[in-house]
Design a protein around this ligand. Sequence first.
Ligand code: 9MR
Length: 366
Amino acid sequence: MRRFCLILTLCLPVCMMAQQETLRETVGNYFHIGCAVNSSIVQATDSKANELVRTQFNSIVAENCMKAEHLSPREGEWNWAEADAFVAFGEANHMQIIGHCLVWHSQTAEWMFRDKNGKEVSREVLIQRMRWYIRTVVGRYKGHIAGWDVCNESFEDDGTRRQSPWQRIIGDDYIELAYRFAHEADPDAELYYNDYSMSVPAKYNAVCEMVKSLKAKGLRIDAVGMQSHNGLTWPKLVEYDRAIDAIAATGVKVIISELDMNVLPNPDSFSGAEVSQQFEYSAKMDPYANGIDKRTQDLFGERWQAFFYLYRHHCHQIARVTFWAVGDADSWLNDWPIPGRHAHATLFDRDYNPKPFLKEIIKMYK
Ligand code: 9MR
């Protein structure tokens, strides 16, 4: 009897998932439904996370293995193994495969911007390097990657251009050059712009102007990614809703590109999703180390449902919704902006069991 109970306890969550329709079978009828995957998920073919990705989603994006710092840490050195494995995993499972990201202020090795003597390179040299980098990466996966996040986080929340090395050294036209080079390297790939805090009017207005200007120049841009690193009270749904309409009005699709929901307290003077922000750990700032309380779990579930209700309403404008982790254990929010916390940010708990409200989302899309 004890053995029977043990088997039942171990198998029940898996059986429940097997009976319940999946995200890809329901939400996937409205738009692509994806998740970011890391290399340990791709490699561990027998893990629960790997199985969830294959059964629940029809689209994947590279969480880290296609970033410039990873692909080319030193001049002339290339690390293709993880990116190749990511693409092979997506193809073996007939998924839409998204590349992330080509031109970013962060996670780009210093050599890109400096000469042999450590001096910043000229505009001409950086344009050449950008073209060569994009050609090499996009060219390698030509015909295998459905779409690329070309420029990532080029704007500040007030709508001004971020003073990244790309912006400082090349100037305003670095964005259009990046889209031109990506299109040259794979004319069939979709090209996206991706950013956080995209429900802030100053920010999305600036992005919309940039999209219109690319289009006016005849350049390809297919969609704008609203990263959507959401919280329990931010962003306000009405502002988020307006942002979707504003982006869609420029004639591109909207992608919800890095979706999660942070329930952990925020340190003072913190906002957005700038990866360089780091604060010290304290137990007070990690209140759900032993699980989330019922009230917060209920709020969390209601908020997830509200977002998915909104996405269904906007389904004609949305091309894809992608979660920025498979389950809570994989979330970057365990280590940002405070390392070592216990994040509750996705639809699947640390053992990859579905959270109670997942069935409500599935029901909404049936
Ligand atoms: O989730 C990613 C985390 O594992 C990395 O350490 C970090 C730095 O490369 O980037 C995280 O992903 C970011 C994404 O690439 C761009 N938007 C913000 C995401 C969360 O920081």
